[in-house]
Design a binder for this molecule. Structure first.
Ligand SMILES: Nc1ncnc2c1ncn2[C@@H]1O[C@H](COP(=O)(O)OP(=O)(O)OP(=O)(O)O)[C@@H](O)[C@H]1O
Ligand SMILES: CC(=O)N[C@H]1[C@@H]2OC[C@@H](O2)[C@@H](O)[C@@H]1O[C@H](C)C(=O)O
Length: 406
């Protein structure tokens, strides 16, 4: 038997597994590295987060990824550049993992698996691309080859999780439903797990044991992506609007907000996914032109964009749960640190109670990286995760491709 396969067979039989979950999202702020100890599998999964770090991307890393990210700033991408980036990101992520392990004084041999999301560079759900050659087909592309991670770290690696979801009828995202369902379902509370990353999304969890086919997750529109881009344009050197201070100094422009919300994405049925391909500079520019708000100051622009992210979430919540939704909302992602966003959300959803996932024992910044560790755990030791027999575009599948170190 292949010795790595033998090692995997042994890992599968352990009562718990030590898995590193990796996520680098649409904000391009860095690589989230979560060293997890996962006991058991399926609904019995228990998580211990042993270590967590966000290894920041420097300007050069961001520059390289932006050459292709969401189609690149010019709309033209070099196929050679894209090809070169794939193994390069894999090596970059491997070196970041090895640095973290050194810092945490954990030997790579003491880690069972790496679960790597990779860097999304393009997300093309059917409703968004409408390319005449591929009508009705969903596609998504994450770079950072898993073989590079496996060979460089010596740890068996699972990667490229989204392709199976698409093969089984999903849009390749959001995958959060699977991890949230396994880790955060409650017997006595209906929950909304709201992630405010570059793109905002939520998972709805009914009370455990009740109508489990009602669980689903959906993107709701921009989270921080337009806010960050606006800060970069108007305040060079600042990565984002820290603690929403700039937005707090501005006033919401109703005409611009109206024009931004006029996009069909917001009225489309749930669940749905999106990305910066849609919610980028062109979308904002068009809305400013149609509402004659090109002269708006940057603070007013930021106040309006924070309101837009909150309205996207609120609209999806109302669409799913009616106008007076009363849910326990647990926030995660970088936007949970932004009071401008949080306040706008509370105003929009007055019936809901807000907290962060911290109170559920899951560090809000680590939640997405943990998700991939949980998915890898299921892929090797569990069953396809079944949430409502595949309804609500949550196919019952296991996800992730396996790379051997040798
Ligand atoms: N203190 C803060 N004040 C305001 N905004 C913040 C703060 N901390 C983080 N953020 C926002 O959070 C962003 C990073 O969020 P996060 O790491 O969740 O995104 P991501 O994982 O890349 O996104 P996605 O979930 O879409 O993949 C930053 O770019 C910034 O906009
Ligand atoms: C294609 C892609 O990378 N999508 C991300 C992105 O970031 C947030 C939102 O858009 C979400 O749909 C997804 O990530 C999380 C981890 C998910 O799949 O649940």
């Amino acid at each position: 038997m292949n010795s790595s396969l033998q090692r995997l067979y042994q890992i599968v039989q352990q009562a718990s597994r030590r898995i590193i979950g990796l996520m680098s999202g649409t904000s391009l702020d860095g690589l989230d590295v979560a060293l997890c100890r996962l006991h058991g599998h399926g609904p019995a999964t228990r998580l211990e987060l042993e270590q967590f770090a966000t290894v920041p991307y420097d300007d050069e890393v961001r520059r390289r990824i932006r050459q292709v990210f969401a189609g690149g700033s010019t709309g033209h991408v070099s196929l050679e550049y894209l090809t070169l980036l794939n193994p390069w990101i894999g090596r970059l992520h491997a070196d970041m993992v090895l640095d973290c392990l050194r810092h945490w004084q954990v030997a790579p041999a003491d880690v069972d698996l790496v679960a790597s999301h990779g860097q999304t560079v393009y997300h093309a759900p059917a409703h968004q691309h409408q390319h005449p050659d591929f009508l009705g087909q969903n596609a998504t592309l994450q770079l950072g080859d898993g073989d590079q991670l496996a060979v460089r770290t010596g740890i068996i690696t699972l990667s490229d999780f989204r392709q199976k979801h698409i093969a089984a009828g999903g849009e390749g995202a959001p995958l959060a439903a699977y991890g949230d369902y396994l880790l955060l379902s409650s017997p006595d509370e209906e929950r909304l797990l709201l992630n405010l990353g570059g793109i905002a999304n939520f998972t709805y969890l009914p009370r455990a044991g009740q109508a489990s086919n009602a669980a689903f997750s959906t993107d709701t529109g921009p989270g921080n992506t337009l806010l960050d881009a606006t800060v970069r344009t108007h305040f060079p050197g600042l990565p984002y609007d820290e603690d929403g201070r700039l937005a707090a100094a501005g006033t919401v422009s109703e005409p611009l907000l109206h024009a931004l919300l006029d996009h069909p994405f917001f009225a489309a049925s749930l669940p749905k996914t999106t990305g910066p391909e849609l919610f980028g500079a062109a979308y904002l520019q068009q809305a400013q032109e149609s509402s004659a708000t090109q002269m708006l100051g940057p603070e007013d622009l930021l106040a309006t964009l924070a309101q837009l992210s909150a309205r996207g979430v609120a609209q999806a919540v109302r669409q799913a749960f009616g106008p007076n939704a009363e849910l326990a909302v647990y926030m995660s992602g970088g936007g949970a640190h932004n009071p401008a966003l949080r306040n706008a959300l509370q105003q929009q959803l007055p019936g809901c109670r807000f907290a962060t996932t911290e109170v559920l024992g899951v560090q809000p910044d680590a939640k997405e990286a943990i998700l991939f560790a949980v998915l890898a755990n299921e892929a090797v030791a569990g069953q396809p995760v079944s949430i409502g027999a595949g309804r609500q575009r949550v196919p019952a599948v296991s996800m992730g491709k396996i790379s051997w170190p040798d």
